[in-house]
Ligand binder design. Structure first.
Ligand SMILES: Cc1cc2nc3c(=O)[nH]c(=O)nc-3n(C[C@H](O)[C@H](O)[C@H](O)COP(=O)(O)OP(=O)(O)OC[C@H]3O[C@@H](n4cnc5c(N)ncnc54)[C@H](O)[C@@H]3O)c2cc1C
Length: 448
């Protein structure tokens, strides 16, 4: 990047509004946070750069909920409830939710249609009393002092505004707000590598009868095509699965590396641009191969996700960092706010590696402690979702949607409690928070 700088003229920034809770980001964490805060009676604004909600779940075409369920001593159970249930019911009413499908004989995931998700999410937020500001890109913060954020600066088509808040929830996925406010964070595994991004796409025109359980044969066909020298795939371990209508399948098979072979960095503007182009180039290649699979002969690319799928960028350091051992050993915490039942899913160079808790001997999930959503050094900010405080390995598990709903809902309710009297996020009465979450139907993992 060019090192030259310019001095911008000083400006008076108009105030968009003043809120009790300001949520940055409309992904699963941000939606759950905003709904929880608004339902607790707080004047809540959610800011989102796109014109729809869902985060990576819609913008990156994920189309599949992981982490809603866990393998509890051999029984597969839904372990994330609360706001998540309200969203699932709305998507189901629109006909956009699949029955859960099995994975590796160990757990299940649940696919959905992005169009139904977007409609359901609008309805969920508005009916809960959240004000939503779409097409607003957050670009900076104004601080009260070193520990408290006063306002979030947003760029919109109507100009630049300051959104003044008493509390802020960073659900940007990238820790944007927390990083601007000075919170410490880490990127990747310490050796410069984040989980590799992928661009998702969907194929239509598939013959469901002929395709059958094509996901079981595709890995072998890929090996064969590579051995014959006809294709070189960006990664192994393909995810090619049907949507609700069996003529449409989602494909998760790209992997986006920069010129050095490292994961494209989702906080680097230039690499993001390169990733978008590389993702579409890989899709053209992969789709060509998939047309060789029985049942896929007439398949065509019906949709490429609006943006490259980013799995990991900044992980903001909090008062507790969730670890790999916490996930694999199904850790318990006194300050549990809910659970993660997804294994480690490491998108490494050229492949995906899963690491599981002991199944069926263990209860199959770990608690998520309240402290992991409290950024170091900030008093009126919570960080929820894939940018919360986790090691690189633990993030590969608790970044999935189920855990993001959990963290978001807890952050929204905690902000509401903080406004009642506690002076800081860390001073919130955790017992009251847990009671409030359970009253709202959340599962905190205190049974089994
Ligand atoms: C390719 C891929 C496949 C995946 N597969 C699955 C899967 O099968 N199942 C599963 O459960 N999970 C999957 N995941 C993970 C999961 O989708 C995400 O980790 C999850 O969506 C994270 O939720 P979040 O709310 O923390 O952040 P995000 O979903 O990233 O949402 C953040 C939101 O904030 C907005 N935002 C960010 N910065 C700004 C800003 N400065 N101003 C305004 N708005 C901003 C974004 O537009 C976005 O809407 C996958 C992820 C990827 C990338």
């Amino acid at each position: 990047m060019n090192t030259r700088t310019l001095t911008e003229p000083q400006r008076q920034t108009p105030v968009w509004g003043e809120y009790e809770v300001v949520v940055l980001g409309g992904g699963p964490a941000g939606m759950a946070a905003a709904v929880a805060a608004a339902r607790a009676g707080r004047k809540t604004l959610l800011i989102e750069r796109y014109g729809f909600l869902g985060g990576m779940g819609t913008a990156a075409g994920v189309t599949n909920f992981c982490g809603l369920h866990a393998n509890v001593h051999g029984d597969i159970r839904q372990v994330v409830h609360g706001v998540a249930d309200d969203l699932l019911q709305r998507i189901a009413r629109l006909g956009g939710l699949n029955e859960p499908h099995g994975l590796f004989g160990k757990t299940v995931a649940q696919a959905y249609d992005t169009a139904a998700y977007k409609i359901a999410a609008d309805d969920l937020l508005l009916s809960s009393g959240v004000e939503v500001l779409f097409h607003a890109l957050a670009a900076g913060v104004v601080m009260d002092d070193a520990r408290r954020v006063q306002a979030l600066l947003v760029e919109t088509k109507s100009g630049r505004f300051a959104v003044v808040g008493r509390t802020f929830i960073d659900a940007s996925g990238d820790g944007d707000l927390a990083a601007w406010a000075g919170a410490p964070y880490a990127l990747g595994d310490g050796a410069g590598n984040m989980l590799y991004p992928s661009t998702m796409f969907r194929l239509n025109g598939i013959n469901p009868e002929r395709a059958g359980k094509a996901w079981e044969v595709i890995p072998r066909l890929m090996l064969q095509a590579e051995a014959e020298g006809r294709y070189r795939f960006p990664r192994k371990t393909p995810i090619v699965r049907p949507q609700k209508s069996g003529i449409e399948w989602r494909v998760n098979l790209t992997q986006l590396a920069n010129a050095q072979g490292n994961a494209m960095n989702g906080t680097d503007a230039r690499e993001l641009s390169e990733a978008e182009i590389l993702g579409r180039r890989q899709i053209a290649e992969v789709a060509g191969f998939l047309r060789e699979v029985p049942g896929f002969e007439s398949a065509y690319i019906v949709d490429i996700a609006p943006q490259v799928g980013i799995r990991e960028t900044r992980r903001v350091r909090g008062l507790y960092e969730l670890s790999e051992a916490d996930v694999l050993e199904c850790a318990s915490f006194d300050d549990t706010i809910g659970v993660n039942g997804w294994p480690l899913e490491l998108h490494l160079k050229g492949d995906v590696e899963f690491r599981w808790p002991r199944i069926p001997e263990s209860r199959g999930f770990n608690h998520l402690p309240y402290r992991m959503i409290l950024p170091e050094g900030l008093d009126n900010v919570w960080v929820a979702g894939r940018c919360a405080s986790m090691s690189h390995e633990a993030q590969s598990a608790a970044r999935v949607t189920g855990a993001c709903f959990v963290m978001g809902e807890a952050a929204g309710l905690a902000a509401s409690l903080a406004l009642k009297g506690a002076s800081t996020a860390a001073a919130v009465d955790v017992v009251a928070l847990q009671a409030g979450l359970e009253d709202n139907g959340a599962y905190l993992g205190r049974t089994w």
